[in-house]
Design a binder for this molecule. Structure first.
Ligand SMILES: *Cc1c(COP(=O)(O)O)cnc(C)c1O
Length: 421
């Protein structure tokens, strides 16, 4: 189980926080030894409430790109905090940040800022509906676009009309994309696409070029907008929209998570075509124009432009991937590493209820490496070759543990629903 301080915090949380924790920060679907609470992070490392330090391959589920408590980015944040954060109006930083994002992202002519990725994806939906006067959305089944009623993955508290006018397709499946567009008939506002398939519990998949091009064509043919939801992958796989790598430009893209290295800001970026519609929707928030996160965003973008962070995390990711593949196969495990090497997801062959994945992840955690058994992970620019070597040593020992114990592993009860899918 998690440490004594973590356990005590969980008990107290249960009294004053519904369910003790909610959403993706709940450790309900992680192995029992995973901590829920932390005291801090530094670079690529994380310290839990019981003082245990981990090399963190989750990177806060995305926000950590340059390292926790990054001195330069946090100094920019604090400088603006000291001058004033949420004011009666925005600072010049808002204009500077919009200029910086538009300069960086090829398809974009304008930017609007908000706080969470869900704000940005919801604004994308509203902009598309305002632009087209239509209601229909084509979404890939299982793709995550946030936690508002129209996109939250769980049914509780959601009514049928929240999810009306949605036509689901299978990612990378052109026939199913065409069928979903056909089902929308002449009522199509937007086709949403993840930059690659990064759904939980299943192998990740690169975007098929033909699928991405067909999505572009279908959107154009219907006068609908194409949206790439880059909230999770943005800036981790390219210094541009993630689909720039395959040469398909969306009309709208959504950004969040790491664009200010963990400070709260997200963005909707768009092409001129959608500018009038974006100006017409009423969207705002008390904290959306606060300057400190914008200052952090500008410094993050400067590092994105001026450093080789991307090439470095890609090289580290490849070293990790190759080393893990060697160690898994030496131990006799089919171990699938999918998605970009900088955003890997690990699943074991012949592991329908993830009992191997849980046991291996726990063995990694016990050796000071925080991995996730069913969600994609993230590399950050604070990681070093020595960190990757540490992860590989831990993995070798964890595979050996698993080999010893594999036959005696029981079912993971909390994941019983997976077998039923
Ligand atoms: C995390 C995420 C969101 C939602 O962002 P929040 O900041 O959690 O609201 C939307 N889309 C994708 C692809 C995400 O990964």
């Amino acid at each position: 189980m998690s440490g004594p301080i973590d356990k005590a915090l969980r008990r107290r949380a249960e009294a004053v926080i519904p369910g003790g924790m909610y959403g993706h920060q709940s450790v309900g679907l992680l192995p029992d030894d995973y901590p829920q609470f932390f005291t801090g992070g530094e670079g690529a490392h994380l310290t839990d409430a019981d003082g245990r330090r981990y090399l963190d391959l989750m990177c806060a589920y995305g926000p950590n790109l340059f390292g926790y408590a990054h001195p330069g980015i946090d100094a920019a944040y604090v400088r603006q905090l000291e001058k004033g954060d949420a004011l009666t109006g925005p600072t010049a930083l808002m204009v500077e940040l919009a200029e910086a994002m538009v300069a960086m992202v090829g398809h974009a002519d304008w930017a609007m800022f908000c706080k969470n990725g869900t704000d940005a994806t919801t604004m994308a939906m509203m902009t598309a509906r305002a632009h087209t006067g239509k209601q229909g959305l084509v979404l890939a089944r299982g793709a995550y676009h946030g936690a508002a009623p129209w996109c939250t993955p769980r049914p509780s508290g959601v009514i049928a009309s929240d999810k009306a006018h949605q036509h689901l397709c299978a990612y990378n499946d052109i026939a199913s994309l065409e069928a979903a567009v056909a089902a929308a008939g002449d009522d199509l506002a937007a086709i949403f696409a993840a930059p690659f398939r990064h759904d939980a519990f299943i192998d990740q998949a690169a975007p098929d070029l033909a699928y991405a091009r067909r999505a572009r064509e279908l959107a154009d043919a219907r006068g609908a907008l194409l949206v790439v939801d880059d909230v999770r992958a943005g800036l981790r796989v390219a210094r541009d929209c993630s689909w720039s790598a395959i040469g398909v430009a969306p009309d709208l893209s959504t950004w969040g998570k790491c664009i200010a290295n963990g400070h709260p800001i997200s963005a909707l970026l768009g092409a001129d075509k959608a500018r009038k519609a974006a100006a017409s929707i009423y969207v705002t928030g008390s904290f959306w124009f606060a300057g400190a996160a914008m200052a952090a965003g500008l410094e993050t973008l400067r590092l994105v432009r001026d450093t080789d962070y991307l090439e470095r995390i890609q090289a580290l990711g490849e070293t990790l991937r190759t080393g893990l593949a060697e160690r898994a196969s030496a131990a006799g495990f089919g171990f699938r590493q999918t998605g970009p090497a900088v955003m890997p997801l690990f699943l074991f062959d012949d592991d329908p209820d993830l009992r191997k994945g849980f046991a291996w992840s726990s063995a990694m955690l016990a050796r000071g490496v925080y991995v996730h058994p069913w969600h994609n992970m993230f590399l950050c620019a604070a990681m070093t070759e020595a960190d990757i070597a540490t992860a590989l040593d831990a993995a070798e020992a964890a595979f050996a543990d698993l080999k010893r114990n594999a036959a005696s592993l029981g079912p993971v009860e909390k994941l019983a629903f997976l077998a039923a899918r």
